[in-house]
Design a protein around this ligand. Structure first.
Ligand code: HEC
Length: 255
């Protein structure tokens, strides 16, 4: 019985510590405060732009080891020569997997011991909305090694790779009165401190395109599945009508 009590005590204690740590988080913001990403897997133009941004801005650190350039080109309707000329920078071949030239040890050394995750699998785990918030909530913070912090992923090891496009923003916080005695800083708003090459609306489109592409990349079969799905429903519809008339035919002599 004593043991059981102890376990219960430890459990309650760990819950309390966890909730204190949660409320001490200085980056809290409201769910969907930065909008909801609009995933459009049938928007080929958006997917193509997303693929272009991905190879230019992300693939130098993040591999997509489950995807081949060729598969992406076929799925998104990108011509082979355009893909080879404009989208393969690693000296790889058209049929190869989208891996990174960077060595694992180098990646760890540069990024505070954190490996940039493989985005084809990682995005499936965290979901597109998380990536959307991640890319929109970088803000200036001189205490961080790369000079930026992030609201969605506090103290992240990733630099703000889209800073040239978005510019830099400052985050304002206020201290909230709390009952547990732990200081709680809540997020107020962003303010631009250095404009980027794009307007807010254009940056929003770039982020949406990247996230759209990553949503596709995390499950390429979606494109085909959706097409097959429509076909199957259509087939079932026809079958249903036939079955109905067959039934009427069979039963018309039974009284
Ligand atoms: C200079 C290298 C580098 C580049 C370029 C880069 N990242 Fe990252 N990224 C990282 C590192 C390092 C991490 C691990 C961060 C951490 O755990 O704090 C990371 C983490 C992530 C995560 C995981 C967030 C989570 O919830 O765990 C996502 C999503 C991501 N990056 C997306 C992108 C996208 C999209 C691009 C291109 C626009 C990009 N990254 C470009 C280094 C990079």
């Amino acid at each position: 019985m004593k043991i059981l009590n102890k376990i219960l005590f430890l459990f309650v204690l760990s819950m309390l510590v966890m909730s204190a740590a949660w409320s001490a988080s200085e980056h809290a913001y409201e769910k969907n405060q930065f909008g909801k990403v609009n995933i459009e897997l049938n928007n080929k133009a958006s997917l193509q732009r997303g693929a272009k941004y991905f190879v230019n801005y992300c693939l130098s650190c993040h591999p997509a080891k489950h995807s081949r350039y060729k598969r992406v080109a076929d799925d998104l309707g990108i011509r082979e020569d355009l893909m080879i000329d404009n989208m393969i920078f690693t000296g790889q071949k058209f049929g190869e997997l989208m891996t990174v030239a960077m060595k694992r040890e180098d990646a760890q050394k540069w990024f505070l011991g954190v490996d940039p995750p493989d985005l084809s699998t990682h995005v499936r785990a965290i979901g597109p909305q998380a990536v959307y918030e991640f890319l929109k909530t970088f803000y200036v913070d001189d205490h961080r090694p790369f000079g930026v912090n992030n609201l969605y992923l506090p103290n992240t090891a990733m630099p703000h790779v889209l800073a040239d496009l978005q510019g830099l923003q400052r985050a304002d916080f206020h201290v909230e009165p709390s009952t547990d005695g732990v200081e709680h800083k809540a997020f107020d708003k962003f303010e631009t401190v250095k404009p980027g090459a794009l307007s807010d609306k254009e940056y929003e489109q770039v982020v949406t395109d990247i996230v759209n592409f990553l949503a596709y990349l995390s499950e390429p079969a979606q494109l085909i599945r959706k097409k097959v799905g429509v076909g199957v429903l259509f087939f079932l519809g026809i079958l249903g009508i036939l079955a109905y008339f067959l039934k009427r035919n069979y039963w018309q002599d039974v009284h």
